[in-house]
Design a binder for this molecule. Sequence first.
Ligand SMILES: C[S@@+](CC[C@H](N)C(=O)[O-])C[C@H]1O[C@@H](n2cnc3c(N)ncnc32)[C@H](O)[C@@H]1O
Length: 277
Amino acid sequence: MLMRMLRSLLGGTAATDGAAVAAHYPVEDTRRRMRLFENAPVDAHLDILFRDCRIGGLEFLPVYRACVDRSDTHVSAWKSFIRVQSALNLAHYFLHALDIPGRRIECGVFRGFSALLVCEVARAVRGYDGDGLHLVDSFAGFPAPRDEDFIPLRNRELAVKGPAFRAGDGAAPENHVRAVLGNFPRVTIHHGWIPEVYGALPDGAWSFVHIDVDLYEPTLASLEHFFPRMNTGGVIVCDDYGSALFPGAHLAWDAFCEARNLPFVVLETGQAVLLKS
Ligand SMILES: C[S@@+](CC[C@H](N)C(=O)[O-])C[C@H]1O[C@@H](n2cnc3c(N)ncnc32)[C@H](O)[C@@H]1O
């Protein structure tokens, strides 16, 4: 029984002869979890878990739900739990960084959910109006992945390696993001590919960097660009460190931090966080 539960949790499968087979196919694991959670009353679970959750006195769950609606980024039930917690963590770090001199940036915006969420929380708690927040995205989705982004896949019964998503997946219209952030006209949106687009950013120091680009190359390029420009106490959050679908983010973060002997933490959500000392 316990083995069956563990196999189910870890996404392993049972071979026909009953022996355990260590199968780690993240896309299949994700699909299985999506199916398992499909008919569960996820909103009721979220209410139970998060209804007493406040940030700076503000009730968090209604703000989270409003931002999901406004950005039109509803996710599968399976993803909901980690997403609420990740958003809450991100908002805490954003509020913290407001007291540190420097600009703020999100690298990887998609439809504007996480940018809107930190703005709404900061406005309610601190009267924040979007000042000094920069948002960067290709708005054309992902660039071509490299080997570091490849995961084990199954093509019928043949095990192969490849990316979870292809170049161009994850595209979103820039106008949608402009509309979503419409109540924060001081936010600056930069349309372009990382790292070239960083050449258009203003000079000066940064206090908050949210890296949410999923892949190896833009994650590494973002760390290389912003880390030397961070003020002391500044925060860098990498959303994808723990993602089984996007190993490149984790490999890039480790390569960068290990080469410089930088200490960091990994939260239960899989977010990696570094405070510049
Ligand atoms: C996971 S989504 C961001 C989600 C968003 N932070 C949120 O939580 O609402 C990743 C985004 O990174 C962008 N992206 C990935 N690689 C990029 C690159 N090299 N240059 C610019 N944008 C990139 C994609 O276009 C996509 O919108």
